[in-house]
Write a protein of this length. Structure first.
Length: 188
């Protein structure tokens, strides 16, 4: 029994998504440049030459010829052990990834008629988020007839931002969105 295209769509059978792979380094015979700048294992420059000559030198040392800077003029290649090179690259990526500080965007919503105690609670929440190094998106939501008082909503949002004592700067000015106004503040 064979299924047609319509049958696959109706049954919910889909093709697998295509996973894009990171571009690999060119190694040995994969190097396509006419001239390359060669660096040996110790870091000494051997000059500009044809890739076949460089490959012959690498083979004599029982190592690989790896293109490390393909965009340079001429491209830069090194004579190294490709397995070690890949390991060092992945190790460097892991360490740089672990050193990156992840900044979250936290959200706080207030209304036009939000009470003082609730505003105080939201202010403390915003200060806590800022003290942890997170960005804070503050929104004021307008419902129904409140949408006629946009100037009042903008003023209330500005006053709420003034209440926040933790040192901060505005990353995004107060701007309109369909449900009201919003802004983003970040710690200083």
């Amino acid at each position: 029994m064979s299924y047609g295209l319509q049958e696959h769509i109706r049954r919910g059978i889909r093709k697998r998504p295509v996973i894009k792979k990171a571009p690999r380094d060119r190694v040995n015979e994969q190097i396509r440049a006419f001239q390359i700048r060669l660096i040996d294992e110790s870091g000494k420059q051997l000059g500009v030459m044809a890739p076949m000559e460089a490959l012959q030198i690498a083979r004599e040392q029982e190592l690989d010829l790896v293109e490390v800077a393909p965009n340079a003029q001429p491209p830069v290649c090194r004579i190294i052990d490709y397995g070690k090179y890949q390991y060092q690259q992945s190790k460097q990526e892991r360490t740089s990834k672990s050193k990156q500080k992840k900044v979250d965007l936290k959200g706080i919503r207030i209304g036009l008629k939000t009470d003082d105690h609730d505003l105080d609670f939201k202010k403390n929440q915003a200060e806590k988020f800022l003290s942890k190094g997170n960005k804070v998106k503050i929104e004021i939501l307008l419902r129904g007839r409140e949408k006629a008082h946009q100037d009042l909503a903008r003023q209330n949002l500005a006053e709420f931002i003034q209440l926040i004592k933790f040192p901060h700067i505005s990353e995004q000015e107060i701007k309109r969105f369909p449900g009201g106004f919003n802004t983003i503040i970040v710690p200083q």
